[in-house]
Ligand binder design. Structure first.
Ligand code: IPD
Ligand code: CA
Ligand code: CA
Length: 266
């Protein structure tokens, strides 16, 4: 992959995220309601999720008509160029619905199946994170690095809960066991921002079971390029079964502990 292609993909991802962010910030109806539900009654979609995905996929198709696109709200095309975009138009929809600030537009570009660019834009925080494979991570143009690792019992760990009852019941049991062994737990409501916050030094680690590529593709690259380690169960890459991201020393302790406690169950 050439530097020119990497630069082009980054510019396009940044512009798409910027445009969708403006639509979401300025166009949010005061009486915003739920348009549909998906995996469970609490897994909601608003008209703005759909409008933002439409804007992003239209923009990407105009700029790079031969690329594939996978979007949470239904976009799914293979493309012929070897490039695929992985898009979550709003990561943190429940926060967006309630008017809470932790939501973001997440866009990743893969080349031949490998994520090479990640952009996560959070208008309410006036922050855009981005990363390019092998080149580092930035927040609003400033290089970011993950935090120096504390011992696990001093670590601030983010997590999230799946929308399905079966998984969230198992996740509640896991948190019960993990909480006494760490500094504290945060549940922000946006997996993409949790991963960025590991990269940006605002969390020591993050884990979650049951997320999808659109939740973690961009944020995983941003965390890794900021010096964090990411993965799944021991020996496995991050994936829907489990995503873990943490400063290197925290990761070493957190990954085996999560495995022992059964973070992959449910
Ligand atoms: C959700 C958020 C949340 C995580 C869920 C995701 P959505 O994405 O990232 O933090 O816990 O697993 O599904 O539904 O807001 O796009
Ligand atoms: Ca999401
Ligand atoms: Ca979403």
């Amino acid at each position: 992959m050439t530097d020119q292609l990497r630069g082009e993909l980054l510019d396009i991802a940044l512009e798409a995220a910027q445009r969708a962010g403006e639509l979401l910030r300025d166009g949010r109806p005061a009486d915003l309601g739920v348009a549909a539900t998906k995996s469970s009654p609490v897994d909601v979609v608003t008209e703005m999720d759909i409008a933002a995905e439409k804007l992003i996929t239209g923009f990407l198709a105009e700029r790079r008509p031969h690329d594939g696109i996978l979007g949470e709200e239904g976009a799914d095309s293979a493309g012929t160029s070897g490039v695929r975009w992985v898009v979550d138009p709003i990561d943190g929809t429940v926060n967006y619905l309630y008017g809470l600030p932790n939501w973001a537009v997440s866009i990743a570009a893969e080349v031949d199946g490998e994520t090479v660019v990640g952009v996560v834009h959070c208008p309410p925080r006036a922050e855009v994170y981005w990363a390019v494979l092998g080149e580092g991570s930035w927040r609003n143009g400033e290089r970011v690095r993950c935090r120096p690792a504390p011992a696990l019992d001093q670590a601030l760990i983010g997590t999230g809960f799946n929308y399905t009852l079966r998984l969230r019941t198992a996740q509640a049991e896991l948190v019960r066991q993990l909480l006494p062994r760490v500094r504290d737990i945060r549940r922000s409501g946006s997996a993409a921002l949790d991963l960025c916050d590991v990269g940006g030094g605002r969390l020591d680690g993050y884990y979650e079971r049951g997320t999808n590529p659109w939740d973690y593709a961009a944020g995983d690259l941003i965390a890794r390029e900021a010096g964090a380690v990411t993965g799944g169960r021991p020996g496995e890459p991050a994936g829907p079964g489990l995503v873990i991201a943490a400063s290197p020393g925290v990761f070493e302790e957190l990954q085996p502990l999560l495995d022992e406690l059964g973070a992959w169950r449910g």
